[in-house]
Design a protein around this ligand. Structure first.
Ligand code: NAD
Length: 281
């Protein structure tokens, strides 16, 4: 068997084209504010890509770039100003931040109706109760891909590798909300390979290059690889793509799988935030 290759780049582009049409109908441009601290090379690329895509679909995106040694109160003050600014619909803080900063405190400063990354604690809780206005971008993008490649998610066994607040846990909540049976595995899981083998769907987000091998995968399973690592100067995921594609039913490549979906969902969340804010005027 050779798996269908899930073309996240193409699916994200179609999604963004539709979003651009919807944005054209609005009275004014939605605006996303991005806060970046320091010069982490990967973060610089991610922020540039977000800004480029936002502008492409007719959304304003302003980047506030702080120096590596910026003080927490400077960042908090800016977020408070952006919270008050009616022209700003969404605010994100690019992670990771330099170690001297209290990430939780900074993220919690973002006003809830502008938290388009859904990283605030209240947003995580709302997601588990099916009451969230939107979910974090990456798991939402994964769900959209799964809906295109799995006929009916109801009752399927989804195995997630990784339990981070930004990918693994919200992914579990979203799949549970779709009536999947969900197993969350992590670095302390015993017998990971055997657990993964029971998954009709496997979402891998652990940051361990090519961890998942051919003999870990149930034939026909749909495999979504969230991981991004650089090995010998080349990007690769958490799944050994070259092996696993011979067993899986469908699989995302890295790059060109989940990454473009993340940006598309962030812009969708900003558009949704705009609509909700307009409703509340
Ligand atoms: P994280 O470091 O916060 O969490 C990693 C998780 O993986 C932890 O829960 C840990 O318990 C688990 N883990 C680590 N080693 C493991 C092992 N050997 N076996 C099983 N579980 C293990 O990472 P994160 O922020 O969730 O990101 C995970 C990966 O996804 C990274 O490579 C990151 O770069 C990537 N990522 C990609 C996108 C995207 O848009 N494509 C978005 C976010 C994260």
């Amino acid at each position: 068997m050779t798996a269908q290759i899930i073309n996240g780049k193409e699916i994200a582009q179609q999604f963004c084209d539709d979003l651009a049409q919807q944005i054209k109908q609005l009275k004014k441009m939605p605006k996303l504010a991005v806060i970046l601290v320091g010069d982490n090379p990967a973060s610089l690329i991610y922020v540039r890509n977000k800004q480029k895509k936002a502008q492409e679909i007719g959304m304003e995106c302003e980047v506030f770039h702080f120096a590596e040694l910026a003080q927490e109160n400077e960042i908090v003050t800016l977020i408070e100003q952006l919270n008050m600014d009616k022209s700003v619909n969404g605010i994100i803080v690019q992670l990771p931040m330099p170690k001297h900063l209290n990430e939780t405190h900074i993220l919690e400063t973002v006003q809830q109706d502008k938290d388009v990354d859904a990283f605030k604690q209240v947003m995580s809780g709302a997601l588990w109760q099916k009451k969230a206005p939107w979910a974090s971008a990456t798991p939402q993008g994964v769900l959209l891909l799964l809906k295109k490649y799995v006929d009916n998610l109801c009752g399927k066994h989804a195995v997630i590798i990784g339990r981070s607040n930004i990918v693994g846990k919200p992914m579990a909540a979203l799949l549970l909300n779709e009536d999947c049976t969900v197993t969350i595995s992590h670095s302390k899981t015993i017998g990971l390979k055997d657990i993964v083998k029971t998954g009709d769907i496997v979402v891998v987000a652990c940051g361990v290059p090519r961890l998942v091998k051919k003999d870990w995968v149930k034939p026909g399973a749909v495999i979504i690889d969230v991981g991004i690592s650089k090995v010998d100067g080349k990007l690769c995921g958490d799944v050994d793509f070259d092996e696993v594609k011979d067993v899986a039913g469908a699989i995302t490549p890295v790059p060109g799988g989940v990454g473009p979906m993340t940006i598309a969902m962030l812009l969708k969340n900003t558009y949704t935030a705009y609509l909700k804010q307009m409703d509340n005027l």
